[in-house]
Design a protein around this ligand. Sequence first.
Ligand code: ADP
Ligand code: MG
Length: 392
Amino acid sequence: MLQPNPNLSDLVNDTAAGLADRLQVKANITAAAPGRVNLIGEHIDYCDGFVMPFAIDRYIVIAGRANGTRQARISSAISEEIVTLDLTQLQEVSEPKWTNYLRGVIRGFQDRGHQIPGFDAYILSSVPGGAGLSSSAALECATATFLEGLLDTVLDTKEKALLCQKAEHDFAHVPCGIMDQFASAFGKPNRLVLIDCQTGEPELVPFENPDFTVLISNTMVHHELSDGGYAIRRKHTEDGLAIIGKSSWRDVSTEDVESHWNSLGEPINRRACHVVGEISRTISAAAALAQNDFEALGPLMAASHDSLRNDFEVSCKELDILVEIARAIGRDGGVIGARMTGGGFGGSTVTLCESNKAAEIAAILSTEYQRATGITPQIFASRPSQGAHLVG
Ligand code: ADP
Ligand code: MG
């Protein structure tokens, strides 16, 4: 069934109420930053490719105010504790881990010469955790935006996103690319964030027509293979590029892959097929949307999923089932296209569909997926939404 998206203003009010209740403080600075989902361009961020995520209508909100000390008192709805941070000596901690995202972002500001005054803050989220929707990037971007409010300054958006990425690298030890923080920081209503991973430059791509929306369906599974599977895929792409003899996948053509087919060998030749095909599909998808041509996304999303399943081999039974159900509903039933999204081996699918049929399609996805797997998926709809911002 289709889950409603909590209204951002309700979330903001609830965050202020949480701050008052837990820390006895009245908020005068409130920041919100969204999670993200990738519409197309999968497993090519580390191949100088393109990704095209958007900010979803699910947010992490931080509400607070300066407290006149050199300490921060922070608390989140995910736990009971109130954590005190010594702002003169910020270190990574083993527990509670969630505070490391804030610590890393505060350090990023301090490294740029900002004096952070003491503050009290409370955190509330509507970004589902563990669904591959990047609640960590949302937390980092919300923290950075809160600090901008506290310092009465504005960072360049790209600098802010890179600062947040560095916090994730250094304080959470996740060697992520730039997609998550760029989507959360640059996202705009009715715009996808096309990111050129070779140059690190984002470009906003129109997603205007209100007749279309995206269903995000969580399989609720995460297969263990994922950790090793990801590293091996990266290695395959590095080896493939070396065998082809180019310095960037952006310079590799389909003909290059075909002419090196035997020397690439199995499975690197199929990995190479995916990379070259997915780069081209992502460029085509952006070009189609620039012309308001949503229908063109259907075949591109289908080819993306098939390539991730057959050539890159990062799908799984549950993702394939959700995509197959969406395909069976078909264009007549309101589905434009569907594919797995994110790293794979579980996680979520995206289904581009007609807005007025979204609830009906979600009901079918839910019922049929449950029938096939015994698992109830979580499904919500989102159009591209506003990125990190101060509220009020
Ligand atoms: P993802 O980014 O895909 O959602 P991660 O494991 O990268 O998953 O990040 C999830 C972590 O982010 C959580 O374990 C927690 O530490 C932190 N986090 C997410 N939401 C909140 C929240 N509302 N309050 C505090 N920490 C949060
Ligand atoms: Mg994350």
